[in-house]
Ligand binder design. Structure first.
Ligand SMILES: [Zn+2]
Length: 55
């Protein structure tokens, strides 16, 4: 699974609006105070706070 760079640039954490980075097939919020990690299912990032886990 590969998240394209252009896609990462337009995605933001829905909780805090910080940029996201691809990490082990998931998308991690770059804000340390937020720390949410979003799943990617079938190459589709699931940017829902309810679906996220705490890193
Ligand atoms: Zn965040």
């Amino acid at each position: 699974m590969k998240i394209d760079d252009w896609l990462l640039e337009i995605l933001a954490c829905p909780a805090c609006k910080s940029p996201l980075r691809a990490e082990a097939g998931e998308l991690a919020c770059t804000s340390e105070s937020c720390g949410l990690v979003y799943p990617v299912r079938d190459d589709i990032p699931v940017l829902l706070v309810d679906e996220a886990r705490k890193a």
